[in-house]
Design a protein. Sequence first.
Length: 574
Amino acid sequence: MTQNEDYDDFVEEDLDKSSDSAVGYMDKHATLKNGSDADNTQTNIELDNLQHQRDNEPLIDNSSTNKKSTTTSSQQEQKQTKSYNKLKEENDDSVELLDDVEIGKSELSASQDMKPPPISRKNWIRIIIIFTAVLSDGLSLTLVQPFLPAMLMNKWGFPESDVGYLSGILIGIYSLARFFSGFYLGHLSDKFGRKKFLVLSLLSTGIGTIIFAVMPNVVLAIAVRFVEGLLSNTTALCQATLADMVDKKNRAAIFAYMGGVFALSRCLSSSIGGITVKIVEGSANPYLLPCVFGGSIVLVSAVLIIFIHPETHPKFRKPEYDIPGSDIPNHEEEDEKQKNKEQHKDYTFMEGIRIISKNKPMVLLITMGCINSFNNGSLLLAIVLFASLSIEQRGLGFDSFKIGIIFTFFGFIGFFFQIMFFKRLSTSLGLKKQYLIGMIFLTIGMALLPLTYTGYLIQGEAMVWVFIFLIMPLLSIGFMQGLPIVQGMVANASDPEIQGLTQGFYQSMNSFLRAFGPAISGAIFSYSTRHSIPFLLFVCISFLYICIAIFSLYVPDSVDVTYKKKKKSITEDH
């Protein structure tokens, strides 16, 4: 049996093995491959000799030669030709088999390169702690929305016609204050570390949420919300912290999970706000209990950050230890920290802003995020205002408890979708297509939402709820495919040296437009109710979502790391 046959038997036997043993297979393959290459070289020499012999053999062109001699010469030539063809086929088969093995090896290597590296258990614990901070931030942002119209009318004595724009101001002033805080908190976290400013943000949010319910008038309530926003920007700081902890290939999924956690917080806060107000409805201040409960959750999150979560900024984080409780540092961590210190450059605030402004993909992503944030703030307020509007004015006439149910369903669907399906979709479609689909869902959902009123004309409130449960999944899934995707792409497109400033700048611009979103939406809704056209606000929001979808088509593929790796591997295979 020749060495080529041994090699063929080996390949046929080993190709049935699982991909887990592919590396070992390649090692064994290398040994036989060397022998096969030598054999192939010998085969090529034989082919050349046969060809040379055929080319130099004298031609017999003598008419006197007998037929027997001619026949013998012809048979020899045919035999040589058969030998030549046989050796050529064997050589071609061997080369083709080697090519197949090399292709399989390259495909395995490409698939391993595309797969994100695993996140350690220790890092997952720290990520979950950051998610609790995101959860508490979502609580503070949406806790008051279900009962805010009732609070304005019953506690502070405003008529229903003024509820729209006052609700917009109370929600928008908080986001406006975050517009200012995002700049300096993000920049300071780059210079002095993330942890201390994250704790400050959570403490101010928790205290502000608790005292909001005891404000005697709307002016002081607005002041409390503004000061609370000036001292807090939890979302931006959490995003910068996660970007420090997680590699680029895992960021899209982690930011998507963060979006799911935020959806869960919206679900919980709406439930807390709507249900607890219903429980203590007869008390002197039924709005105190939900605010105390929500604020306490935020303060607990601050305690977890203080005592459990480490500093994550590469310049300030402490070294890990090889042996828990010992004073022997992990040398790899120490080397990495020293390298980060040597390479780190402290940019001034204006230098960082100039770097961001010259990054064209970043400018486009921030623009998309700002308009998306404006629309999201308008969407959430529009749901509350339309649901609380009286049936006589073609609203749903729901109280705070029923509005809480709507937001609970909205948040639960979003959370479930993010955890179960987001990563699969981003792998198969890419973030750009996924974002586009989300904007289409939001456009359709917002256009259909005012039609839920027609349920009263068909079969009463039961049909209204049927329409709500059909439309809300569109809004919830679309909502989750918006800002979480943009946040992940912003983190990937950012310069690591100014990650905190970039996230702070991004959140500040988002907060700026989110502040105007509820205020403008509230004003439009108040105008539309006076003129009996409550669907006007929903048409405006749908139009803006269409504009964002068009902008997303111009986002470069480079910000989607998973897509870029996949595209690169396909190109190399061809």
